[in-house]
Design a protein around this ligand. Structure first.
Ligand code: AMP
Ligand code: MG
Length: 320
């Protein structure tokens, strides 16, 4: 069954809903492109999305929900954000809003940011899947990192192989263009990525000209680009197999225990998926221990280890 393209009938949508709830990945059509979906509340499922895409770094994923009611459980909507959701949802507009605390959504979904990207898709198969899963679904485009977005089930199958437990076939997608990403976390709405909803249509709703990100294609990944990116207060000491008793320790795999202020093992069995799922919460918790420095034991650089090391290096970099 793994990696198979399935007809999006009632039986397969119900099965796909079960698969999402069990932590598996499901590829599904939206009105923009195919998405590779995981239960947003399951950190390991979300880590498998990054693994499947082969992304060298953790960039934030869009969380798909049925509508504003479900979105407001996860994110905080200003009156302007509500007005935009009312005007364009369900549809290809992604709204980036402040995250609420303790919603159960994995912090890996938003790559440790204090904001979250939410969208209510308008595609009947995407909506049926959300309804069957009864979970918010984190889903980037269903393609390998650096490849073009998939607009047909066959493209997903050839690009991702058996990484998705099932690919729901909805034929070619309508827009082929990704969702418009709009940030509502600053003073004025900010266009982060142009997409299927045109800026002019948004400007009609907000009654003003839309501010745009100046450089590049709109992928916000580096902490420097976003002030709300989580940076630990403590200094990180990377690739350090040993530590001092006053240090906090972020460990990976089998380690010899010696006294420390606090120790969290990302995965004592050496599982990179488990480690990725635990990374952001562990950094926060060790930072809260009050230690001046956090010693980080070596994390392998293959597979998801590349993205984990990338994030650790960013956290260790000097800040101005
Ligand atoms: P994709 O993974 O291809 O669906 O693209 C997701 C887009 O949403 C990327 O451009 C991300 O940078 C953007 N995005 C997701 N979450 C956030 C966030 N919290 N803040 C800013 N941009 C985000
Ligand atoms: Mg993409």
């Amino acid at each position: 069954m793994h990696g198979r393209i399935a007809p999006a009938n009632a039986e397969w949508i119900a099965e796909a809903g079960h698969l999402i709830r069990s932590g598996a990945l499901v590829a599904f059509p939206t009105e923009t492109v195919y998405g590779l979906g995981a239960d947003a509340t399951n950190g390991e499922a979300v880590a498998r999305v990054f693994d499947a895409k082969g992304r060298p770094s953790f960039n934030p994923l869009i969380v798909h929900v049925l509508g504003l009611e479900a979105a407001e459980i996860i994110g905080s909507f200003s009156p302007m954000a509500r007005r935009l959701a009312d005007a364009f949802w369900p549809g290809p507009l992604t709204l980036v809003v402040p995250r609420r605390d303790a919603t159960g959504v994995s912090d890996l979904v938003s790559a440790g940011l204090s904001t979250i990207a939410l969208r209510a898709p308008n595609h009947p198969i995407a909506r049926a899947l959300l309804d069957a899963a009864q979970r918010p679904i984190a889903a980037p485009s269903a393609n390998r990192s650096g490849h073009v977005s998939a607009t047909r089930a066959e493209h997903v199958a050839s690009d991702l192989g058996d990484k998705a437990a099932v690919i729901l076939d909805g034929g070619p997608t309508a827009h082929g263009l990704e969702s418009t990403v709009l940030s509502l976390t600053g003073e004025a709405p900010l266009l982060l990525r142009p997409g299927a909803v045109h800026a002019e249509a948004i400007e009609k709703i907000i009654g003003a000209e839309l501010a745009r990100r100046k450089a590049g294609g709109g992928i916000v990944t580096s902490p420097g680009q976003l002030q709300s990116h989580y940076a630990p207060r403590a200094q990180l000491r990377l690739n350090s197999p040993t530590w001092r008793p006053d240090e906090a320790v972020l460990a990976f795999g089998a380690i010899a225990i010696s006294p420390a202020r606090a120790i969290i093992n990302l995965s004592s069995s050496g599982d990179l998926v488990e480690a990725a799922a635990n990374l952001f919460a562990a950094l926060r918790e060790l930072d809260a221990s009050g230690a001046e420095t956090i010693a980080v034991t070596p994390v392998p650089t293959h597979g998801l280890g590349e993205a984990i090391n990338d994030r650790l290096e960013r956290a260790a970099a000097p800040r101005g």
